[in-house]
Design a protein around this ligand. Structure first.
Ligand code: FES
Ligand code: FES
Length: 157
């Protein structure tokens, strides 16, 4: 095991990892940050999506030891105390959550998009969540939720 430091949600976190561990494993097993979900571990489902230096990244595809000095955001960093992030609140309000397994990854993809583009077209929302699979919802409510969040974050909702 090797001790490394990762900047997660604005805090430097010390974590012991094996050299081959993915960021996903370091988050879930090393740091017990289990909001990031483990689906396929082959880059196909998007359940493990986090944001690294502003870009949505599948955490099962990157090795943790490569990430010192990078700014990593996970779903745990979004709510402020009991107050949900506007994207999280919009998912609730739009009825976009069914089993919930895909939702942390969806929300991180949505956040990466809205951080860069506060007024996305529906097509851009669909593109941003293209790597994220959902087995429950049919995506319509999810797209609706992201557009609702965008409007609210622009002060229009
Ligand atoms: Fe990473 Fe499925 S667990 S893409
Ligand atoms: Fe169940 Fe998306 S809500 S997989």
């Amino acid at each position: 095991m090797e001790q490394i430091s990762l900047n997660i949600n604005g805090t430097e976190c010390q974590v012991a990892v094996e050299p081959q561990w993915t960021l996903l494993r370091a988050l879930r097993e090393g740091l017990r940050l289990t909001g990031t979900k483990c689906g396929c571990e082959t880059g196909d489902c998007g359940a493990c999506m986090v944001i690294i230096d502003g870009a949505a990244v599948r955490s099962c595809l990157v090795r943790a030891v490569k990430l010192s000095g990078k700014r990593i955001e996970t779903i745990e960093g979004l709510a402020e105390g009991n107050r949900l992030h506007p994207i999280q609140q919009a998912f609730v309000d739009a009825g976009a959550v069914q089993c919930g397994f895909c939702i942390p990854g969806m929300i991180m993809s949505a956040k990466a998009l809205l951080d860069k583009n506060p007024s996305p077209a529906e097509e851009q929302v669909r593109e941003a969540i293209d790597p994220n699979l959902c087995r429950c919802t049919g995506y319509e409510k999810i797209v609706e939720a992201i557009l609702l969040a965008a409007a609210r974050m622009r002060g229009e909702g």
